[in-house]
Design a binder for this molecule. Sequence first.
Ligand SMILES: N[C@@H](CCC[C@H](N)C(=O)O)C(=O)O
Length: 278
Amino acid sequence: MTGLQFYKMSGSGNDFIIADNRDGKIAKDDMPGLAKALCARKISIGADGLVLVENSDQCDFKWQFYNSDGSEAEMCGNASRCVARFAYLNKIAGEKMTFETLAGVIHAEVLGETVKAGLTDPTDVKYFYALDVDGTTCNVTSMNTGVPHVVLLVGDIEKPDVEELGRKIRYHEAFAPAGTNVNFVEFRRRELAVRTYERGVEGETLACGTGAVAAALARVAADAALSPVKVLTRSGEYLYVHYKRVPGGYGNIFLEGDANIIYTGEIGPDALKLAQKE
Ligand SMILES: N[C@@H](CCC[C@H](N)C(=O)O)C(=O)O
């Protein structure tokens, strides 16, 4: 077996390995093992997730998205911006494109290094309610912005133990069996600062696109913040969340930010064989 060309990309510090699998070289059954093997930090390429681009009958392409622990996720906001730029640069799609995900069809537009991705409308929205976490009452908002999210307001973004409290809420019975991503959010005058514990990475990442959307909508519900809502991620980069009022809530969501190419390379045949043994 020969190697597989890939791009290492970063969407606000959320990093991904992206490869063209339109020839079907990687079989679906091998994808979880490949994601785990390639995303491992220090002993492999290292990333928060793996994206494989495949053929689609109805859109420019279809993606397969895997978290670094090998679990498949319905959606990823930052990876959707990265894959759009990858598809454009590799002539898989034009500047404006659509692609299939498990969460639905995503629209994206490439504007140089910046990408605007139109996400699915939020579902299961519950604003500001009490959640008991090991005897402590937390005031949370929850919604599905493609994947499930909880938003928890904090006074100072440096204070929360994101790993410990994030893990407790991620595995809270209220969100079982799927679990949830957990966003800690500080409301500032003209922006939000967000830190996210990500399901499937099982730790804090430097940014989460669908989490930024959930945090921004919680802010909109709290004080009618105007679109676009500016979100400061843990990497120091900003994401912009555009929204419109729609009957029953908010929709027409666009996530905007840079999608950077860190390097390109080839996954060697040995790595592909190791993944098949997982
Ligand atoms: N980082 C992503 C979300 C990726 C999926 C998530 N880890 C899950 O399994 O729910 C984003 O930018 O939205």
